[in-house]
Design a protein around this ligand. Structure first.
Ligand code: SAM
Length: 315
């Protein structure tokens, strides 16, 4: 029934109960986490044979810092757009993370694994530094001190209109797709975000509009209950009313959609799915505990706990 979660949800309506209303997101407050996430997306793109040197990159839901996007800039991107619903990131946190990222890339550190970040996915077959993608020649160009200073300047002064330098734009909240020019982005990524997005159809359409023809998107989606049940899949047992109470007044929680909803929307929007890497879990609630709304789940819906999807807009 989730009484404890219902009480927390109702408490979000009370003044002064901000600690229940998503004040921090976790994850991107650590440079090593951001480094691990960006390298995981790069490795997945490389394995699929797509361009690992995107120039214009956008991220949905960066959270506590824009560190993962800063990692993208340090490996060669010239423009980075961050889109969130709440303004979690701030200049000082971004600068701190940035300095540590510079060292991690300069030292070609291995990709931090699940021993350090137990929930991080997609799971890679190797956590060694991807020298075949980030060659010494490439990093010699992207980590040149003048460029590092350009990125630092862009963190401090994101509205600098000088088009010749690195650009960072942070939209929080972002409300409509006009914030980014159509057909202007090479790559869009997200980590543990799409399971939170309320308007999934509208969001996939916006991502499609922003990408250039041949551009692609790389998403990691965590389909678990995010601690809102003692079972990883217990969120699918709650009725609509119970869920409404649990969500309370939070600006975002989880949308409870299974991976097949993402898949259908991605294809309906016009993308071609290039690769997928999902993980299953057969523990937790049984099918007969599913709420009516989820009774139609396929066996795959029911067991998929995390999904990684790479999809491309036709050229
Ligand atoms: C669990 S956090 C993940 C943050 C970060 N990507 C990470 O890996 O730690 C989820 C993030 O998604 C954001 N979010 C929720 N709905 C969103 C939406 N419709 N558009 C953009 N971001 C959204 C939240 O504000 C939050 O920053």
């Amino acid at each position: 029934m989730g009484i404890k979660h219902i009480i927390k949800g109702i408490a979000t309506y009370l003044p002064g109960m901000g600690r229940f209303t998503c004040r921090r997101t976790g994850g991107t407050d650590s440079a090593r986490y951001c480094y691990s996430v960006w390298l995981r997306h790069l490795v997945m793109i490389h394995q699929a044979g797509l361009d690992t040197y995107p120039k214009v990159v956008a991220e949905l839901g960066p959270g506590d810092s824009i560190g993962t996007g800063l990692a993208a800039l340090l490996t060669g991107a010239r423009k980075y757009y961050a889109l969130d619903v709440v303004e979690y990131a701030n200049t000082q946190a971004n600068l701190n993370i940035f300095e540590e990222l510079v060292s991690l890339f300069s030292e070609r550190r291995p990709i931090p694994g699940r021993d350090e970040f137990p929930e991080i996915t997609p799971q890679l077959t190797s956590c060694r530094f991807p020298h075949e993608i980030l060659t010494d020649e490439r990093l010699a160009e992207t980590l040149v001190p003048s460029r590092i200073q350009e990125i630092r300047n862009a963190i401090i002064n994101p509205d600098n209109a000088d088009e010749s330098t690195v650009k960072i734009r942070y939209f929080a909240p972002w409300n409509d797709s006009s914030v980014i020019k159509s057909e202007s982005v090479d790559m869009i990524f997200s980590q543990a975000v799409l399971e939170h997005v309320e308007d999934l159809g509208g969001t996939y359409e916006a991502l499609y509009r922003w990408l250039k023809g041949g551009g692609f998107m790389s998403h990691q989606i965590d389909l678990s209950s995010h601690g809102l049940s003692k079972h990883w899949n217990g969120h699918w047992a709650y009725s609509l009313l119970t869920w409404k109470l649990i969500k309370g007044n939070r600006p975002w929680l989880i949308n409870r959609e299974p991976y097949s909803t993402h898949r259908e929307l991605i294809e309906k929007t016009g993308f071609d799915i290039v690769s997928e890497l999902n993980a299953d879990d057969v523990s937790g609630i049984t099918r007969n505990s599913l709420a009516t709304r989820f009774a139609h789940f396929t066996d795959d819906d029911f067991k998929t706990i995390t999904a990684y999807v790479l999809a491309r807009k036709k050229a």
